[in-house]
Write a protein of this length. Structure first.
Lengths: 160, 178
């Protein structure tokens, strides 16, 4: 058992206890919300776990590295960025997936690009964003986010 | 929205079944891979299952005890550089998915909030969430998490300022033409 896991579970238990002491009804409601969002996430969690198992079990480090590693070059970075932009995976599930790829030779830059575009650029929610915030605002935000994702990722690749 | 969630859950469950079938076929064909595949999948699964419920509980507690309206009211009062940092701080609170923030930002833009602050706020909301950062730390390590955090904050601020300039300039030139 790892220390981060223990600490976050302790924090959750402490806050939950305080919530129950303060307002039982609200505490129950938050537990219900937590459970619902966990159930909602379960299918995606299984998808990620299976993909991690298959990728790490079957693909060699060389293969992974040629797709999302240093050899994939700028095209690899842009393609991964686009992949992140159209996908709709919760970030907390993207982290373990990224970790598994890094373990097998993916490059920091490619992985960081994926994480940042996944969270900041939303192709699926773009129509909604345009409706609420206007075409100019929405498109500028998404395009710029894509660009800074790559810049941030490149810097991270150099430093780490 | 509820209908949508149900639909995507059914779709995802369907993908799980297909993936399971593919895995079984592959593992029957290559039995020597059974051990590496199940052991890595298992260890990642355990790690996720020990950390995610706690993250969900924290987000649930926050959603109920700190109403969105309170957060947003506070955001509207901020301006300037200080406003940017407040926008980031509020964005990092464990609130819902990004599309929840769009209508809130729309309201604040109408009320005269600065475009740059709203961009910064949306970006922080999207990719820096306190409970999420714990998961990032767990899986990708402290250096990765911290560096991504710092760089994101810096670049998101620059992006906010640039986008605000572009929108203001194009709005102005349109008015001149009209």
């Amino acid at each position: 058992m790892n220390i981060t896991i223990i600490i976050i579970n302790l924090i959750a238990i402490i806050f939950l206890s305080i919530a129950f002491l303060k307002d039982k009804k609200k505490a129950k409601e938050s537990l219900k919300i937590a459970m619902m969002s966990f159930i909602k996430m379960l299918p995606m969690l299984f998808i990620i776990v299976i993909i991690i198992g298959l990728t790490l079990g079957f693909l060699s480090a060389d293969t992974i590295s040629s797709i999302v590693g240093k050899q994939s070059g700028i095209i690899g970075i842009i393609l991964t960025g686009l992949f992140g932009a159209v996908m709709h995976i919760p970030a907390i599930l993207a982290f373990p997936l990224s970790a598994s790829l890094l373990e097998k030779g993916a490059s920091i830059t490619v992985i960081a690009t994926f994480i940042i575009t996944l969270t900041m650029v939303g192709m699926i929610t773009l129509p909604l964003e345009i409706k609420e915030l206007g075409k100019k605002f929405a498109i500028l935000r998404n395009v710029f986010s894509f660009v800074i994702a790559i810049i941030i990722a490149l810097i991270m690749g150099v430093i780490l | 929205m509820k209908q949508n969630i149900k639909k995507s859950m059914i779709k995802e469950s369907f993908i799980v079944i297909i993936l399971l079938i593919i895995s079984i076929i592959l593992l029957v064909l290559f039995p020597e891979k059974i051990n590496p595949v199940t052991s890595t999948a298992g260890s990642y699964f355990l790690e996720m299952i020990f950390i995610l419920p706690a993250v969900m509980v924290l987000m649930g507690l926050f959603a109920v005890f700190v109403p969105n309206k309170l957060v947003i009211d506070y955001l509207g009062k901020a301006s300037g550089i200080k406003g940017m940092f407040i926008a980031i701080l509020i964005g990092t609170l464990p609130t819902g998915p990004l599309y929840v923030a769009f209508p809130m930002v729309a309201v604040w833009l109408k009320k005269g909030a600065s475009i740059s602050n709203m961009i910064v706020f949306l970006s922080a909301w999207a990719c820096i969430k306190i409970p999420q950062e714990i998961v990032e730390f767990q899986f990708l390590g402290f250096k990765f998490m911290l560096l991504r955090l710092v760089l994101t904050i810096i670049f998101v601020m620059i992006m906010g300022v640039i986008i605000e300039k572009i929108i203001k300039l194009t709005d102005k030139s349109r008015r001149v033409i009209e």
